[in-house]
Ligand binder design. Structure first.
Ligand code: SF4
Length: 327
């Protein structure tokens, strides 16, 4: 049995101090991923710092954005009237994640911090550069059906598992954090990272930095949105490929567009070339196909996941068709 201490804190400062003082301590909120990781022996914190009492649950309209507290729960955020009206893409992505039970435990901050579900990462007997740097990547020549097709390093080909994060990167959200050096804002696009030489590091947070909120700027993506998630079961399964599509349409003309994919990279994968191509075009399946082709530059399969090279562009086209209303 592995012993660990458990404390509860009620201020952000106390939460940060507790982690800074103890290099093996971990915050816990919903615990929907961390508890699994502890049970499997992948993570072994010597102290759990429970942050559920912090006042970070509010969903608040600001002058030109929507602020969502880091401890707001995924289910209630998806159902929130303001979120559904102003940021429906986020609501759709949240509803596609996990199960109703998990959505009612998991927090927004925890959703962003969840670790990959690569099976080699969860098995301490297998090589895994993310769990134990320098041991190799079991998935590279192993069973890699769920893995990335876009990466900057073969040290890790795992994918980021969150649906919510795919919508947030498409919506140009910002992550608000509080840490030992003060507060800072991180553009969502820069929050998660590609593996490079440090696959053990999922994001750009520094030790002791706590996510306090996510801020989503106002936009005109309240009507033509779609979150397409292709998975092995219709519920409680991670994405093989997912696409977040948001369009600002004037008649059939695409005035503005945001596109991001999940299930294809170590971080939520934005599609800037496809977005630039689509702006100003008349919506049609042919145009969507061209955008999808542009998005696949640099994609590479690793064997079992080769099917994603076809599934990904097809999913982009289908998501754009659904968002635009074009059959
Ligand atoms: Fe580990 Fe990443 Fe390789 Fe999976 S893909 S075995 S998480 S290094």
């Amino acid at each position: 049995m592995i012993h660990f201490d458990y404390i509860r804190v009620s201020t952000t400062k106390a939460a940060v101090d507790a982690i800074v003082k103890d290099s093996k301590a971990q915050w816990i909120a919903g615990g929907t991923n961390l508890v699994d990781l502890m049970k499997k022996g992948v993570m072994a914190p010597d102290k759990l710092v429970d942050i559920n009492n912090l006042a970070l649950k509010e969903i608040k309209k600001q002058s030109s954005s929507l602020l969502i507290g880091a401890l707001a729960l995924n289910g209630p955020v998806a159902d929130n009237e303001l979120v559904r009206k102003e940021q429906p893409l986020l609501s759709l992505a949240l509803q596609a994640g996990a199960s109703a039970q998990l959505r009612n435990m998991a927090t927004v901050g925890g959703n962003m911090m969840q670790r990959t579900r690569c099976p080699y990462f969860y098995n301490p007997d297998m090589p895994c550069n993310k769990r134990e740097p320098g041991t190799g990547c079991g998935a590279l020549k192993g069973f890699n059906r769920m893995h990335a097709i876009f990466t900057d390093s073969e040290k890790c080909i795992a994918v980021h598992p969150s649906d919510m994060s795919i919508a947030l990167v498409a919506l140009d959200a910002t992550v608000l954090v509080s840490g030992p050096k003060g507060d800072r804002r991180i553009p969502f696009q820069n929050f998660h990272r590609l593996p490079g030489d440090m696959p053990q590091k999922d994001n750009t947070l520094e030790r002791g930095e706590l996510i306090v909120a996510v801020d989503i700027p106002d936009n005109k993506f309240s009507k033509n949105v779609h979150y397409l998630k292709v998975r092995d079961r219709t519920s409680y399964a991670f994405a093989l490929v997912s696409v977040a599509a948001a369009l600002d349409m004037q008649g059939s003309t695409i005035k503005d567009v945001r596109l991001a994919m999940g299930g294809v990279a170590h971080k939520p994968w934005r599609l800037p070339e496809a977005e630039n191509f689509l702006k100003g075009k008349t919506a049609s399946e042919a145009v969507f196909r061209q955008a999808a082709e542009l998005s696949m530059k640099g994609a590479k399969g690793y064997g079992y996941n080769n099917f994603k090279l076809r599934l990904a562009p097809t999913s982009i086209v289908e998501a754009l068709k659904a968002a635009s209303g074009k059959k």
